[in-house]
Write a protein that binds this ligand. Structure first.
Ligand SMILES: Nc1nc2c(ncn2[C@@H]2O[C@H](COP(=O)(O)OP(=O)(O)OP(=O)(O)O)[C@@H](O)[C@H]2O)c(=O)[nH]1
Ligand SMILES: [Mg+2]
Length: 195
């Protein structure tokens, strides 16, 4: 897929603020700082179009990026970061739940986990929650460039076993530095758009 255009995001906190043009949507989920916003930038080949930061807690709203006038990539706040107050975390949780509960044009969720680490309890909870609601989940392991060759197989195994991935679950190692996984993700999106 060629990326021809990306519009300034539609920002939403409440359901009433979501786009109403009923286009297909793809949601990014994952811990704060795992690389959700960076993932979007890599897909659309724009530097910091979706704002990123080395400090967790950068994205604070639902941000809908319309790509090719055809589908939305939806960036959201991350979970599981201790420096964000309990109240704020709760608000973020409600924002994401509202979205998942109501969004019929959601095609699939990219659940991002850090390639270097064992998925956290929050990651496991999120994965199970998505499966329970029968959503299509693609696990993306970010920051692939930061791990040595020797450790890759071990990390693959650790992530798949910790989340208890099924045979049919897609698992995509990803890097914003080398662009590894970019084509695969674009193909996945394309396949959903064709369905
Ligand atoms: N080396 C490397 N760094 C990455 C990669 N992906 C993200 N990062 C870095 O990780 C940090 C966090 O990235 P963000 O995209 O802001 O993370 P986020 O998940 O959107 O974070 P929140 O908005 O706080 O939930 C930034 O410093 C990025 O440059 C990657 O594949 N490789
Ligand atoms: Mg972000």
């Amino acid at each position: 897929m060629q990326i021809n255009s990306v519009a300034e995001p539609i920002i939403a906190i409440r359901i009433s603020q979501y786009p109403e043009d009923n286009k297909n949507e793809f949601l990014l989920l994952g811990r704060s700082n795992v690389g959700k916003s960076s993932f979007i930038n890599t897909l659309i080949e724009r530097k910091n179009f979706a704002r990123t930061s080395s400090k967790p807690g950068k994205t604070q709203t639902l941000n809908f990026y319309l790509v090719n006038d055809n589908f939305y990539l939806v960036d959201v706040p991350g979970y599981g970061f201790a420096n964000v107050s309990k109240d704020t975390q709760k608000k973020f949780g409600i924002m994401i739940e509202d979205y998942l509960r109501t969004r019929e044009n959601l095609k699939c969720v990219f659940l991002l986990v850090d390639y270097r680490h064992k998925p956290t309890e929050d990651d496991i909870l999120m994965y199970n929650f998505l499966k329970y609601y029968n959503l299509n989940v693609i696990v993306v392991a970010t920051k692939y460039d930061k791990i040595t060759k020797n450790n890759r197989l071990k990390q693959d195994k650790l992530i798949k076993e910790t989340l208890k991935l099924n045979e049919n679950d897609l698992f995509v190692p990803f890097s914003t530095i080398t662009k590894k996984g970019r084509n695969e993700v674009l193909e996945i999106i394309e396949n959903y758009l064709d369905k």
